[in-house]
Design a protein around this ligand. Structure first.
Ligand code: NAD
Ligand code: MG
Length: 348
């Protein structure tokens, strides 16, 4: 069943000279932007951060010792433009910077949405690449500072120079990804698997599973507190085991009763019908229906997003969880750290 013919690149597969004398414009200084910009700069690459005039991120970028300009000016000066503003604002930012893209420059992404769904259409004479750490930006930065790496993806959409891959690998090395391993993929594969994963399993699937489990227990008369612990809190322990040792490691760590019950009942809960729903969800990702819906939703000012966001916040499990998390010991460490921070700030 395996479709695997995956290549993984490491530091020894990269060539610094492919990026050495180039200037990178990092557009945006959020989760990914702050990490890419600082790691690149610490690796000796010329960096200019592109931010709007009134951007609240300007101070942070300047405090980090980085040169800051408007996105248009930064892109004009750069050989590589790294598009690290939110996906929903990238088309507008692109319209602002596209005149600064010269033949042979590179337009680079950390997620494929706007290229794959045709929201950004770069000219044929620039390279279009993706270097996407598989991790939030603060970890990309922290791992780099600790001399460690963060696994990443590399994809080439357009290779007008013939050197897009070497340059992408050198960039991946400069932000620390090649220390851990860089997997080659395509814009299509990254975009579609990313959207499917967050909808069906990671964000959508898992929260829906939690809420259904919680509601089933509460509706049957059990206490909300017990339902919260069972269906939400303990999930972390299980996920940690899965992360460390896979399915087998998790089954080995729980009781035989839990293993037998889980193995015989799991597929009844997440049954063939759920699988069909997943296939439908994947189809909407593949045929662009989800993308169109989300683009239109944004243009309309996010009415449906706001309703769903609000409904989730109002779910009973949120109030129960908030109360319990404050009552129990595992939040003490965080509280102590917070008051320590308050003290230090007060002393300043
Ligand atoms: P973010 O929301 O953390 O940061 C965006 C930054 O862009 C802001 O800090 C601000 O500096 C700037 N910005 C916001 N609105 C703007 C506007 N209207 N015009 C100009 N600049 C604006 O974004 P992020 O999560 O770092 O995402 C950047 C890219 O990285 C996206 O393509 C995302 O899919 C991808 N990515 C994110 C993660 C992650 O964990 N956050 C992981 C992998 C890939
Ligand atoms: Mg994602």
């Amino acid at each position: 069943m395996s479709n695997s013919n995956t290549t993984i690149y490491y530091t020894e597969d990269t060539d610094r000279s492919a990026i050495e004398n180039k200037t990178v414009a990092v557009l945006g200084f959020g989760s990914q932007g702050h990490a890419h910009a600082q790691n690149l700069a610490d690796s000796g690459v010329n960096v200019v951060v592109g931010l709007r005039k009134g951007s609240s991120s300007r101070a942070a970028a300047e405090d980090a010792g980085l040169e800051v300009a408007t996105p248009a000016v930064a892109a004009e000066a750069a050989d590589i433009v790294s598009m690290l503003v939110p996906d929903t604002v990238q088309p507008a930012v692109y319209a602002d910077i596209k005149d600064g893209l010269e033949a042979g420059d590179t337009l680079q992404f950390a997620h494929g949405f706007n290229i794959h769904y045709g929201q950004i259409e770069p000219p044929a004479d620039v390279d279009v690449t993706m270097v996407a750490p598989k991790s939030p930006g603060h970890l990309v930065r922290r791992n780099y500072e600790n001399g460690e790496g963060t696994p990443g993806l590399l994809a080439i959409y357009q290779d007008s120079t013939g050197t897009a891959k070497e340059e992408g690998l050198a960039y991946a090395q400069a932000i620390g990804c090649a220390r851990a391993g860089v997997v080659e993929t395509t814009f299509r594969e990254e975009t579609e698997t990313d959207l499917f994963g967050e909808q069906a399993v990671l964000c959508g699937g898992v929260t829906s599973l939690i809420k259904h489990g919680y509601e089933t227990l509460v509706d049957a008369g059990y206490s909300p507190e017990m339902a919260y612990f069972e269906c939400m809190n303990e999930l972390k322990l299980i996920v940690d085991l899965l992360y460390e040792d896979g399915l087998g490691g998790m089954w080995d760590s729980v009781s035989d009763t839990a293993e037998y019950g889980g193995l015989t009942r799991g597929d009844r809960i997440v049954d063939d019908h759920v699988r069909e729903n997943m296939e439908e969800t994947l189809e909407e990702v593949q045929n662009g229906e989800f993308a169109r819906e989300w683009i239109v939703e944004n243009r309309a000012g996010r009415p449906s997003y706001s309703l769903h966001h609000q409904a989730e916040q109002n779910h009973d499990i949120e109030a129960v969880g908030e109360e319990l998390r404050q009552l129990f010991a595992w939040s003490e460490a965080t509280d102590a750290e917070e008051s320590e921070e308050e003290r230090i700030t007060a002393d300043d």
